[in-house]
Design a protein around this ligand. Structure first.
Ligand code: 6LW
Length: 546
């Protein structure tokens, strides 16, 4: 008997603690991207033990997602900088116009969100504005217009130790020119009046004489140096992060001889991440710095279908020295050691929405500002009703589409629609959408179920069959850049109707644009008046094993 107790005692003091530690210890690594899906141009700030991050959002509404984290790895949605229809005029906005490159900062209890509102219909297509909030959960203010007379983008703020605030942005080249030439300028700003003070000072043009598209400027004060971090090379394969520094905020700035401090330009498609650039730094602890940046995960080896996502990279920044990014590797790594911060468990994005709530989850996004009568969650619990409006997917409008960003390399998307179409122009179902010139709709109308591709101005029917039921489930399986379409009529079984569809139509390489691809539910009367509607019982979007 005694031996058995001894054995148990030994187990308790020797084996169990290590097991319990293992089961409770957080994993020592994280996987990039930290915010998957089309969330480009990340900027980050720290407020005590809390970190806030914002992304561009272009023509999508709500816009300028604001994220919150305590450990830099797990991010929960906090708010949208653009959450009211009257903040900006989205109607008729071109794809990839809209909200570019926000830069979140915090000072004396106020969050500032400068960014560029792009509308190429304006005389000067780039208006640089600031939104403010005292609570990261919002509400955010109406825009204060800082510049609308010069062609510049990517504003950010810097708060100096003497209490002065400075406005930085990309600016037309001054005194030099070559393809892609522009410069970085700095100017004092009075944040009480939201007016620029004095004149702009030129402080940078990129690390090389022929640098293209110096943009995304961020300024840091460390060890009595002002460090200017920018993106250059353009937001494609040659994208890079470069740095310069000065003892005087207005310069002259000395370019680091080790530039670029980060780029994947020479890795081409041999690395799982391309287009790395547009960075921001944050000090997580006394001597621990981290960088967020954008990047893309090409699918099918070369196709950027997911858009530009947000990545986290360690930085070694010794006193008085230049920062070393991803020390020992010099690349953004897929699996990285976690920051030395207390683990912050947050709710991950749900893979299934049964539409039980009275509000849509933040992952659901509209193309431009939605019609006030577009949808309802209140008609029948556990479903969403989309009212058929005349707006159309292949026009620069706000179509009857509610979508999520594609965020997995391999995923399965399913939904169930009940729809009694009264005419062939009334249609409803599932859509994979990149822009008004690149989408595939999988829909029911009054007589058919069909798959229709829009590629530029060409509409092509890829599948059509007689309608078997006014209630049908739709399934799309994405394996990298291949999409397979199936459906199941009520009471029937799944039938695959289109296999290995070439999804490169959604890639930046084929359809351009600054955003990624969305998948969602949809209904439209395609230009004609209608009082009809479609009901979706659920939407599921889950990852498949790589
Ligand atoms: C953004 C610029 C960029 O303003 O692309 O990747 C523009 N860099 O900094 C739109 O995302």
């Amino acid at each position: 008997m005694g031996f058995k107790y001894l054995l148990c005692f030994f187990y308790v003091i020797a084996i169990l603690p290590s097991k319990s530690l293992t089961c409770f210890s957080q994993s020592a690594t994280f996987t990039n991207p930290i915010i998957p899906g089309a969330y480009p141009d990340p900027s980050i700030c720290r407020v005590g033990d809390d970190y806030y991050l914002s992304n561009s959002s272009f023509e999508y509404f709500p816009g300028l997602p604001i994220w919150h984290s305590k450990d830099l790895v797990h991010w929960e949605h906090a708010s949208f900088g653009i959450h009211r229809k009257n903040q900006f005029k989205f109607e008729g906005l071109a794809s990839s116009a809209g909200a570019w490159a926000s830069s979140i900062s915090h000072h004396n209890g106020v969050f500032y969100l400068p960014f560029t509102w792009v509308d190429w219909r304006m005389k000067v297509g780039f208006k640089n504005v600031i939104l403010t909030a005292t609570d990261p959960a919002g509400p955010w203010s109406d825009p204060s217009i800082i510049t609308d007379t010069i062609w510049g983008i990517d504003p950010s703020l810097f708060f100096d130790e003497d209490g002065k605030a400075y406005w930085l942005m990309n600016h037309p080249a001054v005194g030099f020119s070559h393809p892609g030439a522009s410069s970085i300028m700095i100017q004092e700003i009075d944040l009480k009046t939201m007016k620029l003070v004095g004149n702009p000072s030129f402080i940078g043009r990129g690390a090389m004489l022929s640098s293209q598209y110096p943009e995304g400027p961020k300024l840091f004060k460390k060890d009595n140096f002002y460090y200017l971090v920018i993106a250059e090379g353009g937001t494609g394969q040659f994208h890079a992060v470069t740095i310069s520094r000065s003892k005087n905020i207005l310069g002259p700035y000395e370019s680091y001889e080790g530039n670029p401090i980060l780029t994947h330009r020479s890795l081409a498609y041999t690395h799982p991440f391309i287009n790395i650039g547009h960075a921001d730094f944050v000090q997580a602890a006394k001597d621990e710095w981290w960088m967020v940046c954008l990047g893309s995960r090409p699918l099918g080896a070369k196709d950027n279908i997911l858009g530009r996502e947000t990545f986290l990279v360690p930085v070694k920044w010794d006193k008085g020295e230049w920062p070393v990014i991803s020390p020992g590797y010099g690349q953004v790594r897929q699996v990285e050691k976690i920051p030395n911060l207390k683990n912050h468990q947050v709710a991950s994005i749900p893979t299934r929405d049964d539409f039980d709530s009275t509000r849509l989850s933040y992952v659901w996004t509209f193309i431009r500002t939605p019609n006030a009568n577009l949808y309802s969650l209140l008609e029948k619990k556990g479903s969403i009703k989309i009212n058929l409006l005349p707006t159309q997917l292949n026009k620069v409008e706000s179509p009857g589409f509610i979508g999520q960003r594609l965020r997995f390399r391999n995923g399965e998307m399913t939904t169930k629609a009940t729809f009694k179409s009264k005419s062939k122009n009334e249609e409803a179902g599932m859509v994979i959408y990149k822009s008004e010139k690149a989408f595939v709709k999988f829909v029911l109308n009054n007589k058919q179920i069909k798959i229709v591709q829009q590629k530029d101005s060409l509409e092509t029917t890829l599948y059509t069959a007689p309608l078997l039921s006014t209630t049908s489930e739709f399934k799309v399986i994405q394996r990298e850049n291949k999409f397979t379409f199936s459906y199941r009529p009520e009471g029937g079984s799944w039938t695959t109707v289109l296999d290995s569809y070439d999804g490169r139509i959604f890639s930046v390489e084929q359809s351009g644009g600054f955003m990624g691809t969305f998948v969602g539910v949809y209904g439209s009367s395609q230009g004609a008046p209608s009082k009809n509607s479609v009901t979706f019982d659920y939407f599921e979007y889950k990852p498949l094993e790589d």
